[in-house]
Design a protein around this ligand. Structure first.
Ligand SMILES: C[S@@+](CC[C@H](N)C(=O)[O-])C[C@H]1O[C@@H](n2cnc3c(N)ncnc32)[C@H](O)[C@@H]1O
Length: 230
């Protein structure tokens, strides 16, 4: 990743970290997310090795640690890592944290039981490469849980009032680099399985229908939570 790209992405999320949970769907719909993440990962035993990529404030890392897994959370933005660590401390959960670019993260082959990537694929410059690396890092039968959607970043009227500041800042920092992010416009539910198949995944299972109401109402109606194995 070029340093300009990395700086812009890091800056945006670093600035947004302190207020991220106020607008994040995993807080608004906390019980639903927790239930679905638990259900979707019920096939892996307690104590499994879990890696949360682009962890943010811990939307996946915290529920996985509550389930008794050994979780490592990685994020590019120091303030996101700080928020996550504060949440973990409050709940006395042990989560290892790494402040790094996922592209630079060493991942040993067949070393992980579960990888989670929630709402991050759209903002990485080489999503196919990341999926391939994740696929190799999972042990046979290991699971990738991926959530993302079609984010129409330019449609301001869809943005709730309370996120206008971050939306403007988002456009300022992300617009100049949009062309370097192949999935910037988002990932359609119809396209994600093909990307994942090419990276070596199979046995797809969609979990979106387990939401009683959309966690992204007014933002997008095309989002997915998908698990797949290697
Ligand atoms: C939309 S937020 C999602 C956070 C969290 N996964 C969630 O679902 O709430 C995207 C996160 O990915 C992180 N991120 C973006 N690019 C990254 C990269 N190349 N390496 C590591 N983290 C990255 C950002 O700092 C931000 O915390």
């Amino acid at each position: 990743m070029t340093s300009d790209l990395k700086d812009r992405i890091r800056t945006y999320w670093h600035e947004r970290a302190a207020a991220f949970d106020e607008t994040a769907s995993h807080r608004r719909e906390a019980a639903a997310w927790e239930r679905i993440l638990t259900l979707a990962t019920s096939g892996i035993p307690k104590g499994s090795r879990v890696l949360d990529l682009g962890a943010g404030t811990g939307a996946c890392a915290l529920p996985m640690a509550r389930l008794g897994h050994r979780v490592t959370a990685v994020d590019l933005a120091p303030a996101m890592i700080e928020q996550l660590e504060a949440h973990a401390l409050r709940e006395s959960l042990e989560i290892s944290t790494v402040c790094a670019d996922v592209d630079d993260l060493p991942m040993r082959d067949a070393s992980l039981d579960l990888v989670t990537i929630r709402n991050v694929l759209w903002t990485v410059p080489a999503p196919e490469r990341l999926l391939s690396r994740v696929s190799r890092s999972l042990r046979p039968g290991g699971i990738l849980l991926i959530a993302d959607g079609f984010w129409d970043h330019d449609v301001r009227e869809h943005v709730p009032d309370d996120v206008h500041w971050s939306h403007n800042r988002f456009l300022e920092l992300y617009c100049p680099i949009a062309e370097q992010l192949p999935l910037y416009r988002g990932v359609r539910t119809t396209g994600i399985e093909q990307l994942m198949t090419e990276a070596g995944f199979n046995a797809f299972h969609h979990w979106t229908e387990h939401f009683e109401r959309s966690p992204y109402a007014g933002i997008t109606d095309d989002f997915f939570i998908l698990t797949a194995s290697v």
